[in-house]
Design a protein around this ligand. Structure first.
Ligand SMILES: NC(=O)C1=CN([C@@H]2O[C@H](COP(=O)(O)OP(=O)(O)OC[C@H]3O[C@@H](n4cnc5c(N)ncnc54)[C@H](OP(=O)(O)O)[C@@H]3O)[C@@H](O)[C@H]2O)C=CC1
Ligand SMILES: C[C@H]1O[C@H](OP(=O)(O)OP(=O)(O)OC[C@H]2O[C@@H](n3cnc4c(=O)[nH]c(N)nc43)[C@H](O)[C@@H]2O)[C@@H](O)[C@@H](O)C1=O
Length: 336
């Protein structure tokens, strides 16, 4: 098991810091299972918990514990008996991966979350946090998107299988709450980026894809970089360490089966994102839009008023976050 040694500072901001400390003080000896601890989100949650002094963390790679394997997951919960679970393991990818591996995104995510959520119920887990995604909302939802817009319209076709799996996860958490009183909560992050992101040229999300493409074009002296789609869709981006901070905050303070959005409350067009990354990478060439590639959802800006009312706000500005992600990409790239 390897954990990237990113030393993000612990946020000394009023609400989440205080609440998180209370959680850690009260539950210092609690066993916390971070499922997916090597991924972008899971590793950020791991760093957050460790930075706050929590050291009874249960960690398994997918090679050690395949969460699609029902018996293996049952055996793991029976042997380890975690008190808290962050469910950050999933099959994840950008628009092309979602649209290409439609069966895998539906089947694997259903299997992972069914197994973990059911065993959490079977073994009396005190609280579980399930990570959904902003793509669960209707393609043409009013903006900004409130939590109650779930299941009020048709989904974006390119990620419908993934979204259906995530919606099933939300409903499973709610059903275990309603029938058995389980404290299982669901959070809906907006598009994320950060340390340990996936930089695959085709299967990644837009932000890491463009960091890589602009960097490689600069290094190779290419005159032009291609951006998928029209550049007009708008997206909201949250730094993964901010998301982890919100997840720990909600693990402590939010005991409600109703889902809750996590985001920044602001978005920008893909064209504007491309120009921002181009500037940060210092690429001098031009940008071209390949309109044969799908745009996906035209806009998905989260309404984060519920989260703000609880006292949590993000802290990492987009430009600063992209610079940190680019530094991480360069470190990964150099290590290869
Ligand atoms: N990235 C984004 O923009 C967004 C992500 N989310 C959600 O956040 C969560 C985490 O995403 P992210 O960190 O980006 O994803 P990553 O792809 O970075 O990490 C996913 C993790 O899941 C683990 N995993 C996958 N399949 C299995 C399996 N069969 N058994 C055990 N573990 C498995 C992997 O483990 P290993 O490394 O050991 O193979 C990996 O560490 C997901 O639920 C995702 O839906 C929500 C909104 C946006
Ligand atoms: C987090 C979210 O991620 C996925 O949805 P998405 O928001 O559409 O994510 P994306 O990051 O892949 O694309 C955002 C926009 O950017 C454009 N775009 C330009 N150039 C590249 C490019 O090079 N790569 C990618 N991936 N997109 C590009 C692309 O055409 C689109 O208009 C869901 O499937 C689902 O998994 C989900 O929940």
């Amino acid at each position: 098991m390897t954990i990237a040694p990113h030393g993000m500072p612990v946020r000394i901001a009023e609400n989440s810091y205080l609440c998180t400390i209370a959680f850690l003080t009260v539950n210092k000896d609690a066993k916390i299972y971070v499922a997916g601890h090597r991924g972008m989100v899971g590793s950020a949650i791991y760093r957050k918990l460790r930075a706050l002094g929590y050291d009874r963390l249960l960690l398994r790679t997918s090679a050690e514990l395949d969460l699609r394997d029902q018996q293996a997951v049952a055996d793991f919960f029976a042997a380890e008996r975690p008190d808290y679970v962050f469910l950050a393991a999933a099959k994840v990818g950008g628009i092309l991966a979602n649209n290409t591996f439609r069966a895998d995104f539906l089947y694997e995510n259903l299997a992972i979350q069914n197994n973990v959520i059911h065993q959490a119920y079977q073994h009396g887990v005190k609280k579980l946090l399930f990570l959904g995604s902003s793509c669960i909302y209707p393609k043409h939802a009013p903006q900004p998107i409130k939590e109650e817009y779930l299941l009020t319209g048709l989904l974006e076709p390119t990620n419908e299988p993934y979204a259906i799996a995530k919606i099933a996860g939300i409903k499973l958490c709610q059903a275990y709450h309603d029938q058995y009183g389980c404290n299982f909560i669901s959070v809906m992050p907006t598009n994320l980026y950060g340390y340990n992101d996936n930089y695959h040229p085709e299967h990644s999300h837009v932000l890491p894809a463009l960091i890589r493409r602009f960097h490689e074009a600069k290094t190779a002296g290419l005159p032009e970089v291609t951006i998928w789609g029209t550049g007009t869709p708008k997206r909201e981006f949250l730094f993964a360490d901010d998301l982890a901070d919100a997840c720990v905050f909600l693990m402590e303070t939010y005991d409600n089966p109703q889902l809750i959005n996590i985001g920044t409350g602001t978005d920008l067009s893909i064209a504007d994102l491309a120009h921002l990354i181009k500037t940060i990478v210092d690429y001098q060439g031009t940008v071209r839009f390949d309109t044969t590639k799908p745009d996906g959802t035209p806009r998905k800006l989260m309404d984060v008023s519920k989260l703000h009312a609880l006292g949590w706000h993000h802290t990492t500005a987009l430009e600063a976050g992209i610079k940190m992600a680019y530094d991480d990409f360069l470190a990964q790239h150099a290590a290869q």
